[in-house]
Write a protein that binds this ligand. Sequence first.
Ligand code: SF4
Length: 99
Amino acid sequence: MPNYTRRQILSASAITIAAGPLALLSQRAAVAADAAKLDPNDPQALALSYVHESAKPQNICGNCQLYTGDAAAWGPCAIFPGKQVATAGWCSAWVKKSG
Ligand code: SF4
């Protein structure tokens, strides 16, 4: 059995602890990228008047508080779990992203 110094054990533990959340984020991003695009005719999308192309360029999914994606054309939204919405889209639940 190899003899590890206390420093080596602590260092390895710190790396493992730090890498955990990164692995989860990476996994979430991969799942989000695989999610289906929201159909505007989906009953919930219809109820919230969701459209792929906002009529107001200053009010889009990409700057909505509920959008959790990045600058890609499509990304996840808290209102439509398991689906991707268009960054240029909009729905009546739009809330300006703070900060
Ligand atoms: Fe777009 Fe509506 Fe989701 Fe905001 S709540 S990201 S406007 S679909």
